[in-house]
Design a binder for this molecule. Sequence first.
Ligand SMILES: [Zn+2]
Length: 229
Amino acid sequence: MFAGHIGAGLALGSGARRLNVGWFVLAALWLDVVLWALVLFGVESARIPDDFAVTHQAAFDFPWSHGLLAGIAWSLVAGGFAALIVGAVADRRRIAGLIAAAVFSHWLLDALVHAPELPLAGDASPRVGLGLWSHMGIALTVEAAVLVVGLGIYLRGAALSRGRRIALVLTALFTLVLTVLGMTLAPPPPSIRSMASTSLEAIAIVCILIGALARPPAQGHAEDRPTAA
Ligand SMILES: [Zn+2]
């Protein structure tokens, strides 16, 4: 899942506009950043099963990034980090809470679509996952709905120029197209390492792009003047 996490980040980011929504999108994708970094370092593992061309699902062993306990821990760490970087502002707790919620939303959405492979704690603990990816049409419809609703909630009160709104909508659509292609037509990746690198690059590009588009407009630039307050 990629686009759905972005939708969750956008929706939660609307609750604390003091912080650039790019941070909320990064928070919503954070567990995958941890996963792919740990795969590259050989701490967690993923493999491409023989039926990948049919299922488009890798098989994961990822207790440090996608375990329930790890997800809660990463949420708390991210919330604490957010509180630190925003400083002593009135809505500091709210921002920290929303960032923590964005990180944890990743686990919840993944638990909806993944096969039962998300451990509750360590490697030996029970694994959960509702496996919606085995009904790919429904899974992608749900993911598209989360993205569209999240984007709508974010845009409703965003002080952004028309041009930036259109660019954000196009960026969101692009992530949805990437997700749909990745889960339906994409051939098996040449290796797990290349899958890890490509995923990290995609996450970095999308977070930077959304963060740049959502930045408050510079004063004096007529084309950046907001159309909604
Ligand atoms: Zn994930």
